[in-house]
Design a protein around this ligand. Structure first.
Ligand SMILES: N[C@@H](CCC(=O)N[C@@H](CS)C(=O)NCC(=O)O)C(=O)O
Length: 210
C-alpha cells in the first residue's frame, strides 16, 4: 500500500512537497485535485482544505507542505537538503510564507487590491527578492554551495513572482537570483515534480509519484 498525496499541480506549496518526495523517492499515490471542487476524501482527513495533504498508510495526516518536506527528507535525504542550519532555514522559509507570499498575492491580483497601484505591491514583494539576491551574491544557493531545503521550499514562489510580469522581471536588477531561479526551474527534479496527472476526481485511478 502507498501513501496518498492530494496535490494541485500549480500550487507552490504542493510543488515544494512534490520536490521533496521526488528527491527522497518516497512513492505516493498522487491525487490531482482542483481547489474549487475538493474531494470529500481529502476534507475528511484534513478540514483546513488546503493542498498539499499527505495521508500516510498508518493514518497519519500531514497537511502542511513543510512538514511533508521534512517527513520525506528524514526518510531519505540523498542530496543533503537538511544539512544546513535548520532553524535558520526555517526562519527564511517563514519570511517567504508569511511576508513575501502576502505581497506576492497582492501583486498578482492587484486589481482586487485597488488601494495601491500594482507597482506598490511589487516593491513590497521585492524586499524579500533583494534579501535573497544578497544571500546569492557570493554563493550559488541560499545556504551555500549546495541545494538545501530553503532553496526548494522558496523557489516555487519566486517563480510565481517572476511570472506575474515577465518583462519587468527580466529588466530587474537581481542577476544572481535570476541565475538561481533559472537553474532550479530547469532542473530535472522540477520537471519531474511538474509532470501532468489527470484529475483524480474524474478518473478515480491511482497514479504513483514520483
Ligand atoms: N500552510 C499551507 C498552505 C497551503 C495553501 O495555502 N495551499 C493553497 C493552494 S496554493 C490552497 O490549498 N488554498 C485553498 C483554496 O484555495 O481553497 C501549506 O504550507 O501547506
Amino acid at each position: 500500500m502507498r501513501h496518498t498525496l492530494y496535490s494541485f499541480r500549480r500550487c507552490p506549496y504542493a510543488m515544494r512537497a512534490r520536490l521533496a518526495l521526488a528527491v527522497s523517492l518516497q512513492s505516493v499515490n498522487l491525487r490531482e485535485i482542483v481547489l474549487q471542487q475538493k474531494p470529500a476524501e481529502m476534507l475528511a482527513v484534513s478540514t483546513q482544505g488546503t493542498v498539499p495533504v499527505l495521508q500516510l498508510t498508518d493514518g497519519t495526516v500531514l497537511d502542511e507542505s513543510l512538514d511533508i518536506m521534512v517527513w520525506a527528507l528524514e526518510k531519505s535525504d540523498p542530496d543533503g537538503w537538511l544539512t544546513s542550519d535548520l532553524p535558520e532555514m526555517l526562519t527564511l522559509i517563514d519570511e517567504n510564507d508569511f511576508e513575501f507570499k502576502q505581497w506576492l498575492d497582492k501583486y498578482k491580483y492587484a486589481e482586487r487590491f485597488s488601494e495601491y497601484p500594482v507597482s506598490y505591491y511589487r516593491q513590497q514583494a521585492e524586499d524579500f527578492i533583494f534579501r535573497l539576491e544578497n544571500r546569492l551574491l557570493n554563493k550559488p544557493y541560499l545556504f551555500g554551495q549546495k541545494i538545501s531545503l530553503a532553496d526548494m521550499a522558496i523557489f516555487p514562489f519566486i517563480r510565481q513572482f517572476a511570472g506575474v510580469d515577465k518583462s519587468s522581471f527580466e529588466q530587474s536588477p537581481y542577476p544572481n537570483l535570476k541565475i538561481w531561479l533559472d537553474s532550479l526551474i530547469h532542473s530535472s527534479l522540477f520537471e519531474q515534480a511538474m509532470e501532468k496527472y489527470p484529475l483524480w476526481l474524474e478518473s478515480g485511478e491511482q497514479f504513483s509519484f514520483p
